[in-house]
Design a protein around this ligand. Structure first.
Ligand code: ADP
Length: 375
C-alpha cells in the first residue's frame, strides 16, 4: 500500500488474520502505519524510481491516498505491476474536473458545474449556469478535508481570486442547498463482484468529518437503494477495484447528488470495523487480491462512529480508564499519531438498538478523549 497514514494502519490490521504480507511506502518512519507495519519503505511517492523500487516483489499495489501522480501509475502498469484501483479509474478520485465530466456524461446527478478561468468567468458561470451566487470553487487536484474549497458570495469577494493562485484548474459549482451529507460505500473486485454497505449519514464540522451514522436515519428505503445502485454503477462504469466511497448531498427535494469519489478505505466506512460483518478494510484487501468479497451487512440496528481530534492533552491514555469503565461496549481505535489540536488521531465506535443512546455514548467518549469534557 502506498501511504503510511491511518488507513494503511487499519488495512494492515485487517490483513493480519488473512496472513497477507503487507508492505507500505511511507513518507516518514513516524507515520501512523509505519509504527506498526514490519515492512516499511520510507520514500517519496511522487518519485517514479522510488515507486518502482517499492513495487519490486509486490503482487499488487494499492493506496491509502489519491496523490500518486497518474502518469507514475501508468508507468507501473506498463511495467506489468497490477495497480488496483488502476490509473484509469483512480484519476476520477484525483481530479474533480475529470470526475464531474465523466459522471455528467454517464447521466449521474451532480451539482451544476464548469471549469472557470478567472473571477470574471466565475461571475459568468454564476449568472448563466450556476443559479447565481454563492458559488463553490474547488481546485481540481490536491484538496482534502475542505482545503481547496472556497464559497464565494460575489465576483468582488476577495476569496474569488484565491483558488486561481495555485496554478491548478478551478472548478465552479452551484452551492447545493442540501439537508445532509450521505455516503454510499461499495467494494468491487476485478472479477466484477461487488457489495454495497448501507448508506450512511456523515456530519462534518468545519470541513472535517465528525460523526457517521449507519444506516442514515430516516432515509427512505427507495432513496437508500437508489444511492447504493448509483455507487455500484459508478464502480462498474469506472472499472474501480477496491473500496469506493461516493459522497452525496441529499437535497431538500428528496434527490441525491454526487459530491466526490474516494477509491480507498474512507472515513465514512470506519464504522464497518465493529458494525459490519466484513469491514471496509478487509473487503478492500479482498478486492485488490481478487478474492471473493465478504458480507457487508450491519451487525446491529445502529452503529455510530465519531472521530477523535487532538485536543490539549498530548497523552490520551489516562482518559481510557474513565471511557472503558463507563461503557464496556465502546470500541476505541487510536492511530498512534502525535496529538496536535484538530488533527484526526483516532475514532470511537458504538452500536446498539437505540440510536439516541448509541450516539450519546460515542459522542461522550470522543469528547472525553479529546479533553473537552471531564465527566
Ligand atoms: P474535499 O476534497 O476537501 O473533501 P469536497 O468537495 O468534499 O472537498 O468539499 C468539502 C465540503 O464542502 C463538503 O463536505 C461540503 O460540505 C462542501 N461543498 C462542496 N461542494 C459543495 C457544493 N457544490 N455545494 C455545497 N456545499 C459544497
Amino acid at each position: 500500500m502506498v501511504g503510511g497514514g491511518q488507513l494503511a494502519r487499519m488495512t494492515h490490521e485487517a490483513g493480519i488474520p488473512l496472513g497477507i504480507n503487507f508492505k507500505i511506502l511511507s513518507d516518514t518512519p513516524q507515520d501512523s502505519a509505519a509504527k506498526v507495519v514490519r515492512e516499511v519503505v520510507v520514500g517519496d511517492y511522487r518519485d517514479l524510481d522510488t515507486l518502482r523500487a517499492f513495487a519490486q516483489g509486490c503482487d499488487v499495489i494499492t493506496f491509502d491516498h489519491e496523490h500518486v501522480p497518474t502518469e507514475h501509475l501508468r508507468a507501473l502498469e506498463a511495467d506489468g505491476i497490477p495497480v488496483r484501483p488502476g490509473p484509469a479509474a483512480l484519476v476520477h478520485a484525483q481530479d474533480k474536473g475529470v470526475m464531474r465530466a465523466r459522471l455528467s456524461a454517464l447521466g449521474i446527478p451532480c451539482p451544476r458545474h464548469r471549469i472557470v478561468t478567472d473571477p470574471a468567468d466565475v461571475a459568468r458561470f454564476a449568472h448563466e449556469e450556476g443559479g447565481g451566487f454563492p458559488v463553490v470553487l474547488k481546485t481540481v487536484r490536491g484538496g482534502y478535508d475542505g482545503k481547496g474549497v472556497w464559497v464565494i458570495d460575489s465576483a468582488e469577494d476577495p476569496a474569488a481570486a484565491e483558488p486561481f493562485r495555485a496554478g491548478v484548474p478551478v472548478l465552479a459549482e452551484e452551492k447545493v442547498d442540501y439537508t445532509r451529507e450521505l455516503a454510499a460505500n461499495v467494494v468491487r473486485s476485478p472479477h466484477g463482484q461487488a457489495v454495497a454497505y448501507p448508506v450512511v449519514e456523515s456530519i462534518q464540522v468545519r470541513g472535517v468529518c465528525d460523526t457517521v451514522i449507519a444506516p442514515a436515519p430516516g432515509l427512505p428505503d427507495e432513496l437508500g437503494a437508489a444511492a447504493q445502485q448509483l455507487a455500484l454503477r459508478i464502480a462498474a462504469e469506472l472499472d474501480v477495484t477496491g473500496h469506493l466511497a461516493v459522497e452525496l448531498f441529499e437535497t431538500t427535494d428528496g434527490r441525491v447528488l454526487v459530491n466526490e469519489l474516494a477509491m480507498r478505505p474512507h472515513n465514512s466506512g470506519h464504522w464497518t470495523q465493529d458494525g459490519a460483518v466484513t469491514s471496509q478494510f478487509a473487503n478492500h484487501l479482498r478486492a485488490v487480491l481478487d478474492l471473493p468479497l465478504g458480507d457487508p451487512r450491519p451487525r446491529a440496528p445502529w452503529t455510530v462512529m465519531v472521530n477523535v481530534l487532538g485536543g490539549d492533552y498530548p497523552d490520551m491514555y489516562p482518559a481510557y480508564l474513565h471511557c472503558m469503565a463507563r461503557d464496556p461496549g465502546l470500541k476505541i481505535h487510536m492511530y498512534g499519531k502525535d496529538v496536535k489540536p484538530g488533527r484526526k488521531v483516532g475514532h470511537v465506535t458504538t452500536f446498539g438498538d437505540d440510536l439516541a443512546e448509541v450516539r450519546e455514548r460515542a459522542r461522550h467518549a470522543a469528547d472525553y478523549l479529546r479533553g473537552t469534557i471531564d465527566e
